[in-house]
Design a protein. Structure first.
Length: 95
């Protein structure tokens, strides 16, 4: 499992690459939640889904740095193992 520090770095890199106030607000909110919580995977799932919603709503196009950071966030959000895969499948179909 990837660490909380890796998620923070990926979020910061995405925020700098995109430079959008909605994205910045969402990432700042997530960074605050990460300070209070140890559930890195759950926070990564939430922020990954929300970032995709904002990108669709704002019609954002991503440069290579933003794409790499978003890929990192996605990798961190993916649960490992059989139960993790089942949970990811359930989460994707419920939300």
């Amino acid at each position: 499992m990837k660490s909380k520090q890796e998620l923070v770095l990926a979020l910061t890199a995405f925020k700098e690459a995109v430079n959008n106030h909605y994205v910045a607000g969402l990432i700042d909110e997530t960074l605050l939640k990460l300070k209070k919580s140890d559930n890195t995977v759950q926070e990564a799932k939430y922020v990954y889904q929300r970032l995709n919603q904002v990108m669709l709503a704002e019609h954002l196009t991503l440069n290579d740095d933003a794409k790499a950071a978003l890929k990192n966030i996605k990798e961190i959000s993916e649960s490992k193992g059989a139960w993790g895969g089942l949970n990811s499948f359930n989460t994707a179909n419920v939300l």
